[in-house]
Ligand binder design. Structure first.
Ligand SMILES: Nc1ncnc2c1ncn2[C@@H]1O[C@H](COP(=O)(O)OP(=O)(O)OP(=O)(O)O)[C@@H](O)[C@H]1O
Ligand SMILES: O=C(O)C1=C[C@@H](O)[C@@H](O)[C@H](O)C1
Length: 311
């Protein structure tokens, strides 16, 4: 009983720590999970490639909750390997949880897809429905969010990040209710600067973020209108200030991009360029960010989301 799956990292449009409303978009950076189930095992043992001392509780909870829900409570092993740097603001926890839940479904021979007949924002996802699965990707995503809450790696549950990682595209969510408010496909070039330090979401100063709630409401309004890139730039200025990160990398990028923001609870900064936006130049931003400590990575948005791996 083995299953493998991959899920996306993501960038931030709106950080949910101020109001519980959040927004994020999937990017072409993946985390893969391999799950082996053993009907005779009671426990789940996790391993994170290239990070032997990192906390494996999240992925172990994901397997345990998935086998309780869709299997017979099997134990086993789970191993992740990732191109998403851990605790850098690029939704490593959401990608790990989504990949692990889908890999567990694959190991259980439970089919996963997007069921037709959804309502509201979920109907937009259903537009891509091709089959009648046992489990929808949104159900799998919500299970990963429950595991993240139980493992204590999140402030709000981060359904915004998790839905962007699972479905791709850009999502706007209510994290208090784990509800999808809106989803759209975006087609952007993306530049990511990741400084060497790490910032765990569980350690973020939520009270400081709540101080900028009026700005978060404004960002949410822009996102509801589909003005995601503008929303993102406003978010970046507000949450860099609230969380104590320099706004300088975003400010120097701003004349050359469609949108730029501190991502998640930092420290990465993500800039996007809409190819139909004539004034943008991510190469120029790369020249500026290359002078900074850390790594600069070029990528793109993804609209397909997480998937079970079959080869
Ligand atoms: N590849 C992975 N495999 C297993 N667990 C992971 C992996 N990546 C992250 N995690 C879990 O997620 C925790 C980090 O979560 P955190 O929310 O702080 O990071 P993040 O999701 O990258 O940040 P942000 O929400 O700001 O984007 C780690 O301590 C670990 O428990
Ligand atoms: O832990 C959380 O609840 C979150 C962490 C960050 O990624 C935020 O960007 C997200 O909106 C919520």
């Amino acid at each position: 009983m083995e299953g493998r799956a991959a899920a996306l990292g993501a960038g931030t449009v709106l950080n949910a720590l101020a109001t519980g409303t959040g927004s994020a978009f999937g990017i072409d950076v993946e985390t893969r999970a391999t799950v082996e189930l053993d009907p005779d095992a009671d426990d789940v043992t996790g391993e994170i490639a290239a990070a032997p001392t990192a906390d494996t509780e999240l992925i172990e909870r994901c397997v345990a909750l998935a086998t309780e829900r869709w299997g017979d409570g099997e134990g086993g092993t789970v191993r992740t390997d990732s191109d998403v740097p851990l605790a850098a603001g690029l939704k490593s926890s959401s990608a790990a949880a989504n990949a692990t839940v889908l890999a567990t479904c694959a190991a259980l021979d439970v089919t996963v897809g997007d069921r037709s007949g959804g309502v509201g924002a979920e109907a937009a996802v259903d537009a891509a429905a091709t089959d009648d699965p046992d489990v929808t990707r949104l159900e799998a995503c919500r299970l990963g969010v429950t595991a993240a809450r139980e493992a204590g790696v999140t402030a709000t549950g981060a359904f915004d990040d998790a839905s962007a990682s699972m479905l791709g595209g850009v999502t706007l969510t209510d994290n208090a209710a784990d509800e999808l408010v809106r989803r759209d496909v975006v087609d952007w070039d993306v530049l990511v600067w990741t400084p060497p330090e790490r910032a765990y979401s569980a350690d973020a100063d939520v009270a400081r973020c709540e101080n900028v709630a009026p700005m978060a409401d404004l960002v949410a309004e822009l996102a509801r209108e589909g003005r995601y890139a503008t929303a993102m730039s406003v978010n970046g200025l507000a949450f860099s200030a609230a969380l104590g990160f320099s706004p300088e990398p975003a400010v120097e990028a701003m004349p050359h991009v469609t949108g730029v923001s501190l991502s998640g609870t930092g420290p990465s900064v993500v800039a996007v360029s809409d190819p139909t936006d004539p004034g943008t130049d991510l190469d120029r931003v790369r020249d500026l960010w290359d002078d900074r400590e850390g790594t600069v990575r070029s990528t793109t948005t993804r609209s397909d989301g997480a998937r079970i791996l079959t080869d």
